[in-house]
Write a protein that binds this ligand. Structure first.
Ligand code: ADQ
Length: 478
């Protein structure tokens, strides 16, 4: 895209997220290029971005100068430059060592650091300025996630004509936790700069409304929040997955035969339990390993006939808390295998690797039980992917009550992951369920997902934002 075009303020739809939806690649000749990153958000937004010639503003993933704006697969990409100090302060620090743990119930101690807060402000302003430059008059701007919570307020100052939406992908915490945050009023004012603020779960929406009233004295109305003479709508928009694509993978003969091969390679055990998480302390990996080991020790499950496959995707490896977690998990896996393995069989298969969508789908098909037991999770797409992939309606999902997905996938074996006995009972119950019970539970969940896929989620949010009248900024009646 030419510089003039990019600067011209011509985009009717602008998306902002920490990351651009592409990753850097190099081909065999060493030439650099871009590849669309896997992920539901870009899939969901692709058709509408294309139709409305939208722009996506985000970081390209490497510290240093930003590449010029470019087009990839019909999406106009506007890279934001982050220096090494920005990456450390805004991304690893304030976003992932302060906000991330605080918003996930403080399961790890959040770290508060003034230099990180300054970087966070500076980078948020850079995003807001980029959006202010490229957005057409009256454009829709959709800001994503906890990295960019100051952007709506900053952007409203720069461009009061825009309709600004914000969606938080992670939980929004209760008042008493949020109030630990040194930037608490600033963040609330930032979010209230939006016309529409969306959350994964009704609890987050409630927490936000309570905080607006208690912290900033905003007035709570039927449709949302009245703050400084403007109406801000706040509502729940549970994100979903590309259900049709997941279903296609689940019926693909190559994927099905790979699933059968995985079971053979695992030694054809009676029960395969699968867990797939980023290696993050919110995902409850340690509680799950403890419950699994107790089940093996107490003969709730036969160690000779059961396998747990734990896929742990590498993530945020520069951050201390993540390095410490990795050491603890790997020590625990070795200990369990040391005590319960036999020659040629291992009760835990631990894979610290990334997989492509087809291999992941084959793992979902190979698993009798899917264990999704985070201590706190905004939604958890893995739970939805498992249900959607199992096209024959079999399979058993054990799901934490503290994942956003539990509000929708009510027929799963729902469990409090802190309660070791309950976790063991849920895992054993799922492992011994017959095909009738599996189908009875899976059918309504599969039906729910068919009606609530990621396209419905994106359209729901954008239609609601589009209905908000500019000027009065009062949401129009439904
Ligand atoms: P995450 O915390 O990353 O997302 P999740 O919702 O489970 O968690 O999404 C992970 C995605 O990565 C899934 O689509 C999954 O298929 C993929 N993935 C997992 N293991 C992989 C592997 N080994 N290789 C390749 N891909 C793998 C955050 C919030 C969630 C919220 C989402 C979306 O923490 O609560 O659901 O955003 O809003």
């Amino acid at each position: 895209i030419s510089a003039r075009q990019a600067e011209a303020g011509r985009y009717d739809l602008v998306v902002l997220a920490n990351r651009l939806p592409v990753d850097r690649t190099t081909d065999e000749a060493g030439r650099p290029g871009w590849r669309q990153s896997p992920g539901g958000l870009v899939t969901a937004l692709h058709p509408i971005m294309k139709q409305r010639a939208g722009a996506w503003i985000g970081w390209h993933g490497l510290p240093g100068p930003a590449p010029s704006p470019f087009v990839h697969d019909d999406i106009h990409l506007h890279p934001i430059a982050l220096t090494a100090d920005d990456v450390e302060g805004y991304y690893e620090g304030q976003s992932n060592a302060t906000i991330w743990p605080l918003y996930h119930d403080g399961v790890e101690q959040p770290v508060f650091d003034r230099a990180w807060q300054d970087r966070y402000r500076a980078v948020n302003l850079r995003f807001a300025q980029a959006a202010a430059r490229v957005a057409a008059p009256g454009a829709l701007v959709w800001v994503h996630d906890y990295h960019l919570q100051l952007v709506p307020g900053m952007l409203r100052e720069l461009r009061p004509d825009l309709r600004i939406g914000f969606f938080l992908h992670i939980p929004f915490p209760p008042v008493e936790l949020f109030c630990q945050m040194p930037m608490r009023e600033e963040i609330m004012r930032g979010l209230l700069g939006a016309d529409l603020v969306g959350f994964q779960h009704a609890q987050g929406t409630r927490n936000f409304r309570t905080l607006a009233a208690e912290l900033l004295g905003a007035e709570i109305t039927d449709t949302g929040i009245r703050y400084q003479g403007r109406d801000v709508a706040a509502d729940t928009f549970p994100i979903s997955i590309d259900v049709a694509e997941q279903q296609r993978l689940g019926t693909d003969p190559a994927v099905r035969s790979r699933a059968a091969q995985i079971r053979r390679e695992l030694g054809d055990p009676r029960t395969v339990i699968l867990a797939v998480d980023r290696l993050d302390y919110t995902k409850g990996i340690e509680c799950r390993l403890r419950a699994y080991e107790e089940l093996l020790s107490r003969q709730g499950l036969d160690p000779a006939d059961t396998v747990l496959v734990q896929v742990a995707v590498p993530t945020r490896q520069q951050i201390d808390q993540y390095q410490a977690l990795r050491e603890r998990v790997e020590r625990e896996v070795s200990r369990i295998n040391g005590e319960h393995a036999g020659i040629g069989r291992m009760p835990v298969h631990y894979l610290h690797q990334s997989f492509d969508r087809a291999e992941l789908a084959a793992l979902y098909l190979a698993a009798d039980v899917m264990a999704v037991t985070p201590l706190r999770d905004g939604m958890n797409l893995v739970a939805k992917e498992y249900v959607a992939t199992r096209a024959d309606g079999t399979g058993a999902l054990v799901l934490s009550e503290f994942a956003g997905a539990a509000a929708e996938l009510r027929q799963a074996w729902l469990v409090n992951p802190h309660d070791l006995d309950a976790l063991e009972q849920a895992l054993a119950g799922a492992a011994f369920a017959d095909a009738d019970e599996q189908r009875r539970r899976m059918a309504p969940m599969r039906e729910h997902l068919r009606r609530h896929d990621v396209n419905a989620w994106a359209a729901g949010f954008l239609n609601r934002l589009g209905r908000i009248a500019v000027g009065s900024r009062t949401p129009a009646p439904q």
